[in-house]
Design a binder for this molecule. Structure first.
Ligand SMILES: [Cu+2]
Length: 615
């Protein structure tokens, strides 16, 4: 009897706590040809596409990642997982962990206390577009739409390049690409193939989980002659919302209910279309559309897409969605962070991306490890360095982020560790008419009563966004553009949320420190690796020097072009660059507009511009 009681108790405990799901992942190079062109990709356990992770809400997920890539470091980020109490399992290198060197193994181990559609991807330099990305599905027996569908299907959308990132990225971030034109993908894939089919039966309802696991372009998604009902975005359940077309930026997810036809002898085209507005150049031989099929009958014809009658201007606006939990607008903010996105050239000729003049540059010590080694100084943003662009948040305060877009392109912004309320989003505007946030004329009565929440949101060209969240998840969280090219250009900042609580709740396993030891990266000290004086940032990684005042992008390009055609011009660029590199770290810090009072930085501290986003 007693044994039975213990057994019942253990069973119910497991039901509450969830089971443990363990994956042993070995990342290695292999060949694949998803679009007919064979290339080297990063597979997991000799499999590409990498396996989908499936868990139930409440499960413990353990992923052992062994790096068998041989020629580079790696890591995994579990996109959309809040990692409450497990900040060190978040994955971005130099933010919450060191890079995993070849032959190294790390254990990611955390409780999945949320539900919905997610994905995992490498977060070590520009690496996931080489194929290291796949879905994570968190099943939830309590989902409000659980009894409204018969079966589910997972659909991934992705742009695809024929060359490896290690080949494309250096060419992209180079003085020979002064406008920062993003590499144009060769294809868009659907479930990592071309012309795929989703097999379904008539007179049923399906839950489609659609994920854009791509690196760059946003995509439109629609199924001809079928309606979609949105029920989830980025893990947040929303009230049922009918639409016939979705627009997914990189990293966004939608779950939709699809009611199939009662009877039909036909198959239907599923269209995907890359957002051409995001491309700086439009190659003539690029296929901007892909045709896939909703397959009712494998013997029936496969119809072509009817592009002529397809309208893209009525794709779903996610701002209109209402979270099913009806969480009201958060209170007026305790802490407002306003940043403006710009793209510009620095003195090395490379085109960078900035929040308020700062382009993210990796610290020498992962920011989380600085929190854990800084004692009381962890509350002082200065210890995290200038170029991680740190903001220290107080525990449980309401934080508002205002994002102005001073760029001519849209950008999908992702916050680690949180979903945020999107309380305002302007349309896109022309270059000569940017619409930035104006506190004097802000009409807060227009903010939604129940704002939509998600973890990745699109910022329109030359417009602005206002986001709110509650700082209830102590940790170090990166906030960045999810266009991998723009992250490479430094479009990121660091939120250090409740550092004193992090010190009390996060316990780094020895395995993670061993990873640092074997790769030779620091795991104690401030952003410069200084362990004796945390306010002394001497030796921190810095961004490249600014161009001289009055030196515009147009001026730079003109000089660049003239330099190509004249040896003399080339020499002048060299001289300009050489003279400008004499800009000191102190001058850079001052120009960036922060910590001007830091007297510990002196004029001799000249550092090479960091290229450390590539690992
Ligand atoms: Cu971007």
């Amino acid at each position: 009897m007693r044994l039975l009681k213990i057994s019942i108790a253990l069973t119910s405990l497991t039901a509450v706590l969830g089971k443990t799901v363990t994956h042993n992942f070995t990342a290695s190079w292999m060949d694949a040809s998803p679009d007919g062109h064979s290339r080297r990709v990063i597979g997991i356990n000799g499999q590409w596409p990498p396996p989908t992770i499936e868990v139930d809400k409440g499960d413990q997920l353990e992923v052992y990642l062994k790096n068998d890539l041989g020629d580079r470091n790696t890591s995994i980020h579990f996109h959309g997982m809040y990692q409450n109490g497990s900040n060190h399992m978040d994955g971005p290198v130099h933010v919450t962990q060191c890079s995993i060197a070849p032959e190294g193994t790390i254990l990611y181990n955390f409780t999945v206390a949320q539900n919905g559609t997610y994905w995992y991807h490498s977060h070590a330099g520009a690496q996931y577009p080489d194929g290291f990305r796949a879905p994570i599905i968190v099943h939830d027996k309590q989902a409000y739409f659980n009894d409204q569908y018969d079966e589910e299907r997972v659909i991934t959308l992705s742009d695809w390049y024929h060359e490896e990132m290690a080949v494309i990225s250096p060419k992209f971030r180079s003085m020979y690409n002064p406008t920062g034109a993003e590499p144009v993908p060769q294809n868009i894939l659907f479930n990592d193939a071309l012309n795929s089919s989703i097999n379904i039966e008539a007179n049923k309802t399906y839950l489609l989980r659609i994920i854009n696991i791509g690196a760059f372009v946003s995509q439109y998604f629609w199924i001809e002659d079928h309606d979609l009902t949105v029920v989830e975005i980025d893990g947040v359940y929303v009230d049922p919302h009918p639409t016939n077309m979705l627009y997914l930026t990189s990293a966004q997810r939608y779950s939709v209910l699809l009611k199939t036809k009662n009877t039909t002898q036909n198959n239907f085209a599923i269209g995907t279309h890359m957002d051409k507005e995001m491309l700086d150049v439009h190659p003539k031989d690029l296929d901007y559309y892909q045709t896939n099929w909703l397959m009712y009958d494998s013997k029936a014809a496969l119809p072509a897409l009817d592009i002529k009658h397809t309208r893209f201007d009525n794709a779903l606006d996610d701002f209109d969605l209402i979270p099913h939990d009806r969480r009201p607008l958060y209170a007026e903010p305790d802490h407002q962070i306003e940043v403006t996105v710009t793209m510009d050239n620095l003195a090395d000729g490379v085109n960078y991306a900035f929040f308020n003049n700062i382009t993210y540059t990796d610290p020498r010590v992962p920011t989380l490890y600085t929190v854990l080694s800084a004692g009381d100084l962890a509350n002082n943003a200065q210890v995290y360095g200038t170029f991680t662009h740190p903001f220290v948040l107080n525990h449980l305060e309401v934080v508002e982020i205002v994002l102005n877009n001073g760029d001519t392109s849209s950008h999908p912004f992702h916050m680690h560790g949180h979903e945020f309320q999107v309380i305002k989003r302007t349309d896109a505007f022309e270059d000569d008419d940017p619409h930035f946030y104006d506190p004097e004329n802000e009409d807060i009565s227009l903010y939604p009563e129940f704002p939509m929440r998600r973890d990745t949101v699109n910022l329109n060209a030359n417009g602005h966004l206002v986001l709110r969240f509650i700082a209830d998840n102590p940790g170090v969280w990166l906030f960045h553009c999810h266009v991998e090219w723009h992250l490479e250009q430094g479009l990121a900042l660091t939120l250090i949320e409740a550092p004193m609580v992090i010190q009390q709740t996060v316990d780094i396993p020895q395995n993670h420190y061993d990873v640092c030891e074997s790769v030779g990266e620091l795991y104690k000290g401030n952003a410069a690796g200084n362990v004796d004086d945390f306010l002394n940032l001497k030796g921190q990684n810095t961004q490249a020097a600014f161009l001289p005042d009055g030196f515009t992008l147009k001026g730079y390009i003109a000089l660049f072009v003239s330099a190509i055609v004249a040896i003399l011009g080339m020499m002048s660029v060299g001289l300009y660059g050489a003279s400008d590199l004499k800009h000191t770290e102190a001058a850079l810090v001052k120009r960036a507009g922060v910590y001007e009072e830091n007297e510990d930085i002196d004029d001799e501290d000249i550092q090479d511009p960091s290229t450390s986003l590539l690992h």
